[in-house]
Design a protein around this ligand. Sequence first.
Ligand SMILES: *Cc1c(COP(=O)(O)O)cnc(C)c1O
Length: 426
Amino acid sequence: MIETVNGNLCVDGVKVSDITEEFGTPCYIMSEKTIRENCRKYKNAIEKYYGGNGLPLFASKAFSCMEIYRIVASEGLGTDVVSGGELYTALKAGFDPKKIYFHGNAKTEKELIMAIESGVGHIVVDNIEELMLLDRLAGEKGKIANISFRIKPGVEAHTHDFVKTGQIDSKFGVALENGEAFEIIKTASELKNVKVVGAHCHIGSQIFDEDPFMLAAKVMLEFMAKVKNELSVEIKELNLGGGFGIRYVEGQNPKDYDEYMRKVSETVKSESAALGLEVPYIVVEPGRSIVGAAGITAYKVMSVKTIENIRTYVAIDGGMTDNPRYALYKSEYEACIANKADKPKDFKATVAGRCCESGDLIGENMMIQKPEAGDILVVFATGAYNYSMASNYNRVPRLPVVMITDGKPRIIVKRETYEDIIRNDI
Ligand SMILES: *Cc1c(COP(=O)(O)O)cnc(C)c1O
């Protein structure tokens, strides 16, 4: 929990300024308690609404490091990975390969071999070329690969254009409306080294409304019925993807995830009955909603530069290298001065990073307490798509991740050093 105690911002009871004193700035700080609570919400909902006939997967592109795989595994979740690098990290952390789902629209031959050899439970096939390649590779290894298909159900989610993936104009998956999805399953059903297990869709990210999820579930079940009737292929598993919204700024009020899951389960059950299908095994893939609100980033204020009648730039010792989301898609965040957390937020700031790019901003028109050089500036809800999107632009070392566990901070990812940065230079 993130709260102010005696004027100081705290994460699970630990003062942010104590953490920055011990581990330096900038750094990411995450609450293990919050991550575990979020995992349990999805796990419990599957128990409650599907009698346990399903599995939540942590979409690890939101935040991938060894310790996060250990935490979500210990909560009984599976995980989805989208690259050889994420797969490698999950396996090294001891994640049960049977509970790993491998996504991606351009998996390489090497990555597919790695997935087959390590016994990954489920490969989510994106396109026909990948299907044929996978069938050949599995055959060469004498294995049968469990697969599902990434399907574009043609459902649009109300979200930012750049993260909209459910509609036909998307680089991901095969479309329903032009028969592409039907054809690929027909082809797969005739191959020897793959087994069609599931159908998958992911209609976007940062979605607050449950209607698009319900509509997507309905469309997918209708498709599964068509496949059963016309191809005699029974798809046993329905994966509804992730995308559940979180609160970044005031006015964003996500529903309780339990409520989403209940509503979607009603649609799944009633539609299955109407179509003469058994209720499928249900998979969901929350990423942001597991880790997003569990994390903050703590920076040091370096300078406060007021340009009369224009704006005030508050420069920090981090920026787009640790949080590229404003530069990428103008994502909004809230911030505060951790050591003045009980003071009014009456100062309008453009929070600027340290990179040699004018677009290196964390946000504009952000209301914070009056800042001075040396203050600790915290940006909220940075647990997802920050560390995992970090770069070494300007040869800035990546930040450490400090996890608060049982009221004590511990490092789960070390700060990069200059030595790390030149490691592969010749
Ligand atoms: C990104 C993604 C997710 C997770 O999305 P969130 O918005 O973080 O919940 C899940 N599944 C797939 C296939 C994705 O691409």
